[in-house]
Design a protein around this ligand. Structure first.
Ligand SMILES: Nc1ncnc2c1ncn2[C@@H]1O[C@H](COP(=O)(O)OP(=O)(O)OP(=O)(O)O)[C@@H](O)[C@H]1O
Ligand SMILES: [Mg+2]
Length: 220
């Protein structure tokens, strides 16, 4: 099974866009276990309850469908507030059970976390802990500009400290060769590629940009 977890050095770093591109590049399905911030769009939905199968407006799943046409799997947990899942779940009265968050059995699957690696799922369990339990290779999405060296190295250490298998780094943003090389050298980690900022985010442009920047054989 070729499965990858897409996490990032923080929120809004480009995980969803990269995940959509990777689904297109590798013919993978997509799954986001926990989606928060769907304010008012969704009813509360407990873990693994049979919810609506279609992607909800404003969800990362809907954006991946738009940008890739990939098959997507329903989230395990949908939350209203645009907050860390542990808090959004508390406010929605939903108990997240990390043990129940098991990836769907797709042969090729791209899984997107929420926010960065140390985001709490509950007050006891972080996303990095979940990734350690799964032992699915992680791709860390990093920015390229000022600040990224410390953010990226911090995330790399946090993953390694928990025994998470780190597959490599995917950068999103403008070229910055020294930042990228410095992170790779100090972090002792492979760079898979860099997706530039695109003027327009649509499927053909993303397909072309991913094909130019990443190699499908690095994701087998
Ligand atoms: N390569 C890119 N070119 C142009 N815009 C991009 C690119 N990557 C991301 N963006 C834009 O930046 C914003 C954040 O990207 P994205 O939603 O992928 O981040 P994220 O890490 O998935 O965030 P979250 O933590 O909320 O899931 C979005 O508005 C997205 O359209
Ligand atoms: Mg996202």
């Amino acid at each position: 099974m070729a499965r990858f977890v897409i996490t990032g050095t923080g929120t809004d770093i480009g995980k969803t866009v990269f995940a959509a591109g990777l689904c297109g590049l590798t013919g993978s399905d997509y799954w986001k276990p926990v989606q928060s911030g769907l304010a008012g769009n969704v009813p509360n939905r407990a873990i693994h309850s049979a919810g609506p199968d279609a992607a909800q407006a404003g969800s990362d799943r809907a954006e991946v469908e738009r940008l890739s046409g990939a098959a997507t799997h329903p989230e395990a947990v949908l939350l209203r507030e645009p907050l860390s899942p542990h808090r959004a779940a508390e406010l929605d009265g939903v108990a997240i059970d990390p043990v129940a968050l098991t990836p769907p059995p797709a042969a090729r699957l791209v899984i997107e976390g929420a926010g960065g690696v140390m985001v709490p799922l509950t007050r006891q369990v972080l996303f990095a802990d979940l990734f350690a339990r799964w032992q699915i290779p992680v791709v860390l999405v990093c920015a390229t500009g000022l600040g990224t060296i410390s953010h990226s190295l911090t995330a790399i250490e946090s993953l390694r400290a928990r025994g998470v298998p780190l597959h490599g780094l995917a950068f999103v943003g403008d070229a910055n060769d020294d930042n990228i090389a410095t992170i790779a050298q100090i972090g002792q980690v492979r760079v898979l590629g860099r997706l530039p900022r695109l003027d327009r985010l649509d499927r053909p442009l993303l397909v072309a940009a991913m094909a130019a920047a990443f190699r499908p054989e690095d994701f087998t």
